[in-house]
Ligand binder design. Structure first.
Ligand SMILES: O=C(O)CCC(=O)C(=O)O
Ligand SMILES: [Fe+2]
Length: 324
């Protein structure tokens, strides 16, 4: 296959269709994107535009707070890195000198408007256990963030069966491995970079994502994200209104013994204005072992990765990135 020059766009209008031909077409498109690119856009994903608008407004309010207010919910104060990470506190690329972004991370909790604590991320999270932390002076921030979180979570749950079918596995292969929503959302703000940019200090240094897949919302119209193809060329992934980026992460790469590819990417904000983005890192339950799927291992393709639980893997990556 020639190195990709653009990221494919997949229309999700038929995602819940009972028409088997339409669904098969969708699975074939996903299979191609997962094996050849590791990235694709989705359109007609069903999340209303107002949800993104509300979350963006809440993010702007939060990141506009004085630094000392944001540091009250810093991720050094919580188990497992929930909360605020200041500019340059993370470093995704081991050859880099820090990521020029600030962020806010949280995991599953029930929707705000549903009075239920049936499923909480802390019960079954083992090594990754730890509750969310929220800024008390902005109650609307939690409401808006959780509203989008649950929309993205629902979309992610619809994608797992398609990934299973693309791997010739039973449609429900991931169902018993994704019961407890090991899905972390990170709200990100990238200040603009001007003039000569030191390659070691960019918005987010070259990295792969760690979970099964990421659902990434980018603020429309601002170019920043780039994806590395097999010829080591950086391909722009423009932020097109109405789309989300889906990219595969290391958990699926490990599970599929690299049949599905977890592709290196980075972001640099040279737009001159602030940029906001929101990845939702959708993982498998933290107690699940990332053992290679039998059909992905052969004499020609021996198992590449040591078997480790998802929780150990994610915790190790977080520690390496934040150094605490
Ligand atoms: O902000 C972006 O476009 C990319 C963010 C990203 O790659 C990440 O947080 O893993
Ligand atoms: Fe990423």
């Amino acid at each position: 296959m020639a190195p990709f020059k653009a990221i494919p766009v997949i229309d999700l209008s038929d995602i819940s269709s009972s028409d088997s031909t339409a669904r098969r077409k969708l699975v074939d498109e996903i299979k191609h994107a997962c094996t050849e690119v590791g990235f694709f856009y989705v359109k007609n994903h069903g999340i209303p535009p107002e949800v993104f608008q509300r979350t963006l407004a809440a993010m702007r309010q939060f990141f506009d707070l004085p630094l000392n207010a944001k540091l009250e919910v810093e991720n050094t104060k919580t188990p497992n890195f929930k909360g605020y990470s200041p500019v340059l506190s993370g470093n995704n690329d081991p050859n880099g000198a820090g990521d020029l972004q600030e962020g806010f991370e949280f995991g599953f909790e029930p929707p705000v408007d549903r009075d239920s604590a049936v499923e909480t991320s802390t019960v079954n999270d083992g090594i990754m256990a730890g509750a969310n932390i929220w800024p008390t002076q902005l109650p609307g921030f939690r409401v808006a963030a959780l509203e989008y979180y649950h929309h993205a979570l629902n979309l992610g749950r619809l994608l797992f069966p398609l990934f299973a079918l693309a791997l010739d596995l039973p449609e429900d292969f991931f169902a018993d491995k994704t019961k407890h929503s090991a899905a972390l959302m990170r709200l990100l703000h990238y200040p603009p970079q001007f003039g000569e940019v030191d390659d070691r200090v960019i918005g987010i240094g070259a990295h792969t994502d760690w979970e099964c897949f990421t659902i990434l919302w980018q603020q429309p119209g601002i170019q920043a994200l780039q994806v590395l193809n097999s010829s080591k060329e950086w391909i722009d992934a423009p932020a097109t209104e109405g789309t989300l980026v889906i990219n595969l992460g290391d958990e699926l790469a490990r599970w599929t013994n690299d049949v599905f590819t977890s592709t290196v990417h980075r972001a640099i904000n040279r737009s001159g204005v602030r940029r906001y983005s929101i990845p939702l890192f959708f993982g498998t339950d933290y107690d699940v072992k990332l053992e290679p799927i039998a059909s992905c291992v052969s004499a020609d393709r021996p198992a590449k990765y040591e078997v480790i639980t998802a929780g150990e893997f994610i915790k190790g990556r977080l520690q390496a990135t934040y150094g605490h």
